[in-house]
Design a protein around this ligand. Sequence first.
Ligand code: 9MR
Length: 363
Amino acid sequence: MLERQMILKWLNKSLSFSALILLGLTATLLISIPAISQPGDTTLRNLAQEQNIYIGAAVSIKALRNDPNYREVLTREFNMVTPENVMKFKPIHPERDRYDFTAANEIVTFAKANQMQIRGHTLVWHRSLPDWLTETEWTREELIEILRRHIFTVVSHYRGEIYAWDVINEAVGGKDSLRKTIWQQVIGSDYVELAFRWAHEADPNALLFYNDYGGEGLGEKSDAIYAFVKDLLEKDVPIHGVGLQMHKSIKNPPKPEDVATNIKRLEELGLEVHITEMDVQIHNGTGTEEDRLVKQAKVYQDMLGVCLKAPNCTAFVTWGFTDKFTWIPGFVGQPDLPLIFDKSYRPKPAYHTLIEVLSTANN
Ligand code: 9MR
């Protein structure tokens, strides 16, 4: 009798033990399911990979640190990231003799852990400069040395880890002229080629880009950008691509055929193109919010369609991905919903059109 009871007890115990093990296993499995989309899942990331194109988003360090949903959607849907701010001059080089790589390193580590490529943004710009730099009167020689050291330090720090650098950002002014920035005024227009050459020396494998807004289609600005990069190539400057930022609105959407023609003429120069910062404002459009989101979806659809058809358009990056974190309302002073996921990370019509473009690309 006692024996039977003991056996039953033992059975009972081992059953609950196995149940526990099973439960534990399931839990571990659930927890350890990588956020990266699995082969076969219908995600932007998987579909883009099949089309040999990178799909990316600018990353806010604050959101990445604090919001698990943000991290989950980012790794599931994208295979490229651009640090939105933390690699800019001011945050990464806050004092003349001090660099702070903390936040940028976090994004790089995160991207590598999730097999995502990184676009480095940006080495030379007229904004996001530290006071120590802008509040001193430098000689040409001094500023050349500051820029040279900055580029060597930052690019070497990430040597082999950055897929493409936006070496120069928004330098083209009007026709035939460079924007009057501290770099242009103190060093002279050759700061551009110096920067590309230094970046290339510091990381010969990184692709080097010129990045700008307002020159996506055809017109004076895109002609000026075209002439600018053509001139650099003629001087044997190591430049590999042009970033078309693509900050747009449904009110003035870019003409797909113009963007296609522009990308084509850059291809003829031997240059790659990345769509680098796409977002589409809706606050200035007409119709209900639903109508405006459909119009917005069309702009995203058209631009990805153009990029997919162009052999030299190799990356499509949006400036953020959720309406929860976007620079637009702060900039225009009005609420807006410019991205492809809503504030609760639900896919918007724009997301669905991007999925559709990627799924039907070969038909
Ligand atoms: O989105 C960025 C915003 O958070 C910053 O305050 C701002 C200044 O550093 O830069 C914004 O990003 C810009 C990008 O670096 C270059 N192209 C235009 C983008 C929007 O202003």
